[in-house]
Design a protein around this ligand. Structure first.
Ligand SMILES: Nc1nc2c(ncn2[C@@H]2O[C@H](COP(=O)(O)OP(=O)(O)O)[C@@H](O)[C@H]2O)c(=O)[nH]1
Ligand SMILES: [Mg+2]
Length: 634
């Protein structure tokens, strides 16, 4: 529960009257008697535990107020009965409305200091303020912290409203926007905040965004009590290992490690308050989200008029570019304050935390953002995919939407089931990838064409290398999608993968008549040479075929294993090598298994230049084994 309201209207005093704790913590606050920063207190009443975040009312400290109200479920709007609605009553109320705080209670404080007529005037003005808002019809209770009048009634109203509060999502990823970081002697770093989703336990690993520091949870407290687990909605103090308190600041967020990242570009729906002035297509503003604050350049995406792109009370789609990285997810509410003078001008909701850079047709972009705004997961995923023909990994989708792995899979399967997308990898250790159905079909067609094209351009090559094919379609597919597509084409019997080479299934190399003749000539030359092989160069020079093509014919003969490459420049006909094996077998029978190098030379009639590489080849082929200077015939 967060307080809201004008300075000196009795917020802090009321929190003390309700909880027994005065929320002003700082020396300066006590001295000056005003709230500067957030204060905290707890109340247990009728089985409900309330965590209070008391905020400063002074207009200079609205930024601190904003850091505190991000995670609250209920607002306690405080209006002094003797002064009624004042500027920060309005501003705080608007902020709560912009942040989508769903419900609350109004306290008309200092009822002892006002006569009945004044109290009922304040009552009327407050009703007027909250008309047609989330607070319409909320209990309005006159109280006095001084006399205690109305406090019981207020507590009852609080309990009733609290009981109608839906539980927060404790199953999802934990997310703790940090509002304080300090050190406690003997414990080390402690950060505090309102846990807005998930649950957090001691020993959990965590990451602090946007900086990405990895930390471990040592222990947890809520309301001064040690707890084993913090649940969404709780005020939480976390003792952290692995980070200095000075490295952590208000505005950072504690999240599970490796799951999310910060962003500097956001697509959002933006709304201006009725009291704001009209803005141009691009303007600077202070952006507040969670406990974070930064400067953003807001660009209205669907503006008809450059000068008056968004007027008071209007809502538009916009792109926000932030000066500092922030961690936001779709659905997050934020507040915008004018750049100068700093007054609250509006706010909005995040639709896409990592929009692609592709420049799009304004109407397409508009439809896409409308879909994201509705929030149906499969439709959202389809909209995200429309911008990503190369497919999206499941982890990227999770990062961008905040969905769990299961939720991503479910949305992906729904889309795949409707024939709109293909889940092209996933399962095992591999991250899933989802691609638009059309883009994936286009990729398969393109890969088949590229392989065909390669065969046409290189009739003597067996096929295209995988890597070359991957590079050719890199604009259409990332590595995972490419692997999946290749696997699918092979499984469908359309392409054949042999080692590193991809070819059309069933493709045989067909030679032109003069190439077939050259092939025969080459084979002949090597067959006749036996073990006294000519160098490759000599053979090729004699052929009536151009050098490049002859090289390819040699490649074919090597692939067919008619020729065998023994060393870089040493190629034998397979019959010659067969002969060597026979000779060695005969030698073994007659002289036993040991043989010297000179004996090998004599046996085969081969020159020294060739004998050593040939023996090394035979060693590799496990026909012989080297032992000292001799060979063992196996
Ligand atoms: N007479 C009267 N004075 C009050 C009451 N509540 C608060 N005050 C006084 O109003 C002043 C401002 O109160 P404070 O709680 O600091 O206001 P905040 O700025 O809204 O937090 C203090 O001097 C309080 O003593 C009340 O119920 N009756
Ligand atoms: Mg105060």
């Amino acid at each position: 529960m967060g307080t809201a309201g004008h300075i000196d209207h009795g917020k802090s005093t009321l929190v003390e009257a309700l909880t027994g704790t005065h929320p002003d913590r700082l020396e300066e606050e006590k001295r000056r008697g005003i709230t500067i920063d957030l204060g905290f207190a707890f109340l247990d009443h009728a089985g409900v535990r309330f965590g209070f975040v008391d905020v400063p009312g002074h207009e200079r400290f609205v930024r601190n107020m904003l850091a505190g109200v991000g995670g609250i479920d209920l607002v306690l709007l405080v209006v002094a009965a003797d002064e009624s609605v004042m500027p920060q009553t309005r501003e705080h109320f608007e902020i709560c409305r912009l942040l989508g705080i769903p419900r609350g209670v109004v306290a008309l404080t200092k009822s002892d200091a006002a006569d009945a007529e004044t109290v009922s005037l304040a009552h009327l003005e407050t009703e007027e303020l909250v008309r047609r808002s989330f607070l319409e019809g909320a209990p309005i209770v006159a109280v006095s912290a001084k006399t205690g009048a109305g406090l019981e009634e207020l507590k009852e109203a609080l309990v009733r409203v609290a009981e109608s509060c839906p539980a927060r999502d404790t199953a999802g990823a934990f997310r703790l926007p940090i509002d304080r970081s300090f050190a406690i002697k003997g414990f080390g770093t402690v950060v505090t905040g309102t846990l807005v989703s998930g649950s957090l336990r001691a020993e959990d690993e965590a990451e602090i965004l946007p900086d990405g520091m990895r930390v471990r949870v040592r222990g947890l407290q809520s309301g001064g009590r040690k707890i084993e687990m913090a649940r969404a909605g709780q005020r939480t103090a976390v003792n952290l290992a692995g980070v200095e308190h000075a490295a952590v600041a208000r505005g950072m967020t504690l999240v599970p490690p490796g799951r999310f990242s910060a962003t500097t570009r956001i697509h959002a729906r933006v709304e201006l308050l009725g009291t704001a002035r009209a803005m141009r297509r691009r303007f600077r503003a202070h952006l507040f989200q969670g406990s974070a604050e930064t400067i953003a350049v807001v660009r209205i995406l669907d503006a008809a008029n450059e000068e008056r792109a968004i007027g008071p009370g209007e809502t538009r789609f916009a792109e926000l570019r932030t000066a500092a990285p922030v961690f936001v997810l779709p659905g997050d509410r934020f507040v915008l304050r004018q750049y100068s003078p700093v007054v609250t001008m509006g706010g909005g909701v995040v639709l896409d935390a990592a929009p692609t850079r592709r420049v799009r047709d304004a109407s397409v972009l508009r439809r896409r953002l409308e879909t994201l705004a509705v929030g149906d997961p499969a439709a959202m995923l389809e909209a995200l995919l429309a911008d990503s023909p190369r497919g999206l990994t499941f982890s990227h989708v999770g990062r961008r939407t905040g969905w769990s792995e299961g939720e991503v899979k479910e949305a992906a399967q729904t889309l795949a089931g409707a024939g709109k997308a293909r889940v092209v990898a996933g399962g095992g250790g591999e991250a899933g990838v989802i691609a638009p159905a059309e883009a994936y079909a286009a990729l398969l067609a393109r890969m088949r064409e590229d392989v065909e094209g390669y065969h046409r351009a290189n009739p003597l090559a067996e096929g295209i290398s995988k890597e070359e094919l991957r590079i050719r379609v890199a604009r259409m597919a990332g590595p995972a999608m490419f692997r999946a597509a290749l696997g699918e084409l092979a499984a469908a019997g359309q392409l054949t993968i042999a080692g590193d080479t991809v070819k059309r299934a069933g493709r045989e190399i067909s030679l032109a008549p003069e190439e077939a003749r050259a092939k025969e000539q080459i084979e002949q030359a090597f067959a006749q040479a036996g073990l006294t092989v000519p160098s490759l160069k000599e053979v090729l020079e004699k052929l009536p075929v151009e050098a490049a093509r002859a090289q390819k014919i040699v490649q074919i003969l090597l692939r067919e294993q008619v020729l065998v490459r023994v060393a870089a420049e040493l190629v034998f006909h397979r019959a010659a090598l067969g002969k060597v094996r026979e000779l060695l077998a005969g030698y073994k029978k007659q002289h036993g298994e040991r043989m010297s190098v000179p004996a090998f030379k004599e046996l085969t009639g081969i020159t020294r230049k060739y004998a050593i590489p040939l023996l090394e080849y035979l060693d590799r082929e496990r026909v012989t084994r080297r032992q000292g200077d001799e060979r063992v015939i196996l």
